[in-house]
Design a protein around this ligand. Structure first.
Ligand SMILES: Nc1ncnc2c1ncn2[C@@H]1O[C@H](COP(=O)(O)OP(=O)(O)OP(=O)(O)O)[C@@H](O)[C@H]1O
Length: 238
């Protein structure tokens, strides 16, 4: 599937009676890389989970390309091209790396596994290891690769760098940049490592208490010291 644009309009959602997102609207052009930033607990994970159909939606619409996926269950959204790599790395602990990847093939030929191994050569080296024998970074690679094998047109990445050593973060970000270069995917990245997210992205939104508080380019955000301090709680970016 080629990359598709994502359009979110007036989205309000939460958990049961708890409203977290409040009237969020933004759009991401096909093939763009959007960084979703904000301090802890501002609703970033809830936004991605809502796009993936995993929260309670109160209001608003979500479109992937021409398809209005608002009322669709998660599986139907995946079918429409949405790939979701949640914060909790989803690895089957008692399956090998290769068996974990089989799950992502969804009917594609086994030879498609090479796409995953090209993206993360470490996974090829460890293909016979069990999921529970992997490091955090390898689990992240596996979780991402399994989603990529489904060839999503819009990819949601929730804090992929969380808890990982700097060298692994660099490896992952380089792989995401390569993926973005193909132009096959529109990518949304939630990240606490602000500089890594801004280096990767070409568009940025910042959430504050479930609302869209800022939108623009990475450069415009770096130049807006007031917004950086107020919304991200950091002294400055370069
Ligand atoms: N399952 C849940 N049930 C009820 N409230 C929840 C649930 N998950 C998250 N929340 C609440 O929703 C709000 C937003 O949380 P969310 O995880 O979306 O924020 P976040 O910006 O991703 O934070 P972080 O950067 O810490 O991951 C928080 O107040 C949180 O306590």
């Amino acid at each position: 599937m080629p990359a598709t644009p994502l359009e979110v309009e007036n989205l309000s959602a939460g958990y049961g009676p708890t409203r977290v997102l409040d009237g969020v609207s933004f759009s991401v052009p096909a093939g763009a890389r959007l960084a979703v930033l904000g301090r802890n607990g501002m609703g970033k994970t809830t936004l991605l989970a809502t796009l993936a159909g995993q929260t309670k939606r109160y209001d608003g619409t979500i479109r992937i390309g021409a398809a209005d996926v608002t009322g669709m269950p998660s599986a139907a959204r995946a079918h429409k091209g949405l790939g979701y790599v949640p914060q909790a790395r989803c690895v089957f602990p008692t399956l090998t790396v290769e068996e974990n990847l089989f799950v992502g093939l969804k009917g594609r030929a086994k030879s498609a596994l090479d796409e995953a191994y090209d993206m993360f050569p470490r996974l090829k080296e460890r293909r016979r290891n069990l999921g529970n024998q992997l490091s955090g970074g390898e689990q992240q690679m596996l979780s991402t690769a399994r989603t990529i094998l489904g060839r999503p047109s819009v990819l949601l990445l929730d804090e992929p760098l969380e808890g990982l050593a700097p060298v692994i973060c660099e490896e992952l970000m380089a792989a995401f940049a390569e993926l973005a270069k193909t132009g096959d995917m529109t990518i949304l990245l939630v990240e606490q490592r602000i500089q890594s997210a801004l280096d990767f992205a070409d568009h940025v939104i910042v959430l504050e208490r479930g609302r869209l508080a800022w939108a623009g380019t990475p450069k415009a955000l770096s130049d807006d010291q007031d917004a950086v301090e107020r919304l991200l709680g950091v002294g400055g970016l370069h």
